[in-house]
Design a protein around this ligand. Structure first.
Ligand SMILES: O=C(CO)[C@@H](O)[C@H](O)COP(=O)(O)O
Length: 229
């Protein structure tokens, strides 16, 4: 049975009270803090950088899961590692040398991962799986919170899990499968059954009045859909 993790996306938090929001979701049962970095170049929005990562670091003991939506990728990796990031993921299309960017993340003491937009092929994984700790599937187009889950991503999750399971059979190493975009209580169970183990949720958590209750309900749905497996 994999460890199922809920990662609130602070993109949907109240930025005026960010430290407090991070503390509140941490105490409410979150497993990771998902940190979306957008540059208004690779994606059409502009968010937060290493200074904000450093500022929230004292508010949680949970791993900070930095999702880079920036181009180029490499220059900013050491800054995030220094700011307290634990996991750093990036989009292969945004890196000049994917293998080098993955190595750079690990050299800086973080877990590494590749992110796939809805239309990006999983083939990018083929020659670099040994350097990947987490695969992040985007189930919306990157740039904004509060979008609708793209249904075709359910099959993509199954395909990704099959690839990662095959790799585990060969090597014994588990690679986490994370999904991001439109994750709610009504689809999280099916996603878990499809093989996803890490769930990013922004508006579903920060838009709910009781963070503890919504995270508990997400775990309940996951358990309901995976117990029989
Ligand atoms: O990276 C992104 C969007 O680009 C996501 O992390 C969103 O922030 C998820 O938000 P919801 O769809 O859960 O509201």
């Amino acid at each position: 049975m994999p460890e199922y993790r809920i990662a609130p996306s602070i993109l949907s938090a109240d930025f005026a009270r960010l430290g407090e929001e991070v503390r509140n979701v941490s105490e409410a049962g979150a497993s990771l803090i998902h940190f979306d970095v957008m540059d208004n170049h690779y994606v059409p929005n502009l968010t937060i950088g290493p200074l904000v990562c450093e500022a929230i670091r004292p508010y949680t003991d949970l791993p900070i899961d930095v999702h880079l939506m920036v181009k180029p990728v490499d220059r900013i990796i050491p800054d995030f590692a220094k700011a307290g990031a634990n996991i750093i993921t990036f989009h292969p299309e945004a890196s000049d040398h994917v293998d080098r960017s993955l190595s750079l993340i690990r050299e800086h003491g973080c877990q590494s991962g590749l992110v796939f937009t809805p239309a990006t092929s999983l083939d990018y994984l083929d020659y670099v799986l040994d350097k990947v700790d987490m695969v992040l599937l985007m189930s919306v187009n990157p740039g904004f919170g509060g979008q609708k889950f793209i249904p075709a991503m359910m099959d993509k999750a199954r395909a990704a899990r099959a690839k990662l399971d095959k790799y585990k059979e060969q090597t014994g190493r588990h690679i986490a499968l994370e999904i991001d975009g439109g994750v709610k209580v009504d689809n999280i169970g099916e996603l878990a059954a499809a093989g996803v183990d890490t769930f990013v949720a922004g508006s579903a958590i920060f838009g709910h009045p009781d963070y503890k209750a919504i995270i508990a309900e997400m775990h309940r749905q996951i358990a309901l859909h995976t117990q029989a497996q």
